[in-house]
Design a protein around this ligand. Structure first.
Ligand SMILES: CC(C)(COP(=O)(O)OP(=O)(O)OC[C@H]1O[C@@H](n2cnc3c(N)ncnc32)[C@H](O)[C@@H]1OP(=O)(O)O)[C@@H](O)C(=O)NCCC(=O)NCCS
Length: 178
């Protein structure tokens, strides 16, 4: 597996990974029209190209023998992002967010995610980051276990994430780096 940083040429492939993986993982929770609207709002060309070309760090994984052809997962790091639930005296700056982490269903469970996370954590440490956070659905036990392996744990704080008129209970996961 190889990992590269995305350029804007990747936007369509990443949008498809995000859409398919979001639907596979969370699609059962939402009304069809809310799901469609959410995908359109979050994974459209304008939004993704803007993110790739500005501050977001999109790290993409591909098979060795299919480099440049078929990315199958990505994580999206958002520099200088702090949850309002994280006071600065407890969580030092710089603080980054792991904004999205998607591995295609057919590639899950064979440590692709772990390799991508190890790579992402190296980039995060190189950037001198002191605190990281992410939001994970309260019933996404697989992702919770995955993040906990990397020292990113439930802070005890929760919030609500809306898709259409459906409210998801989310856990604030946090990590502190030396
Ligand atoms: C969560 C996700 C990123 C993990 O990536 P992955 O490639 O499937 O995970 P890996 O194979 O690298 O597994 C690493 C660790 O995660 C945990 N894990 C993986 N699959 C698991 C499962 N089915 N059940 C419980 N824990 C699991 C294990 O702790 C595993 O450690 P181990 O190898 O020592 O057993 C991936 O499954 C995914 O994209 N899921 C759908 C989208 C999603 O939920 N994203 C996170 C949103 S917050």
């Amino acid at each position: 597996m190889i990992i590269i940083r995305a350029t804007e040429q990747h936007w369509a492939a990443l949008s498809l990974i995000a859409k398919d993986t979001f639907v596979d993982t969370f699609g059962h929770l939402y009304a069809a029209k809310d799901l469609e609207a959410h995908i359109q709002n979050k994974y459209n060309q304008a939004v993704m190209v803007h993110e790739i070309n500005t501050e977001h760090v999109y790290l993409v994984c591909e098979d060795d023998d299919k480099a440049g052809e078929a990315p199958f997962g990505f994580c999206q790091l958002k520099p200088d992002s702090r949850s309002e639930l994280m006071p600065e005296d407890e969580y030092a700056s710089p603080c980054w967010e792991i904004h999205r982490f998607y591995i295609r269903k057919e590639k899950q469970g064979v440590r692709a995610g772990a390799k991508l996370m190890e790579f992402a954590m190296e980039r995060i440490k190189e950037a001198g980051v002191k605190s990281i956070w992410l939001s994970v659905w309260s019933e996404n036990y697989r992702a919770q276990k995955f993040y906990e392996k990397f020292g990113i744990k439930h802070s005890g704080k929760t919030f609500t994430y809306w898709v259409g008129n459906h409210a998801d209970l989310e856990f604030l996961y946090v990590g502190k780096l030396d």
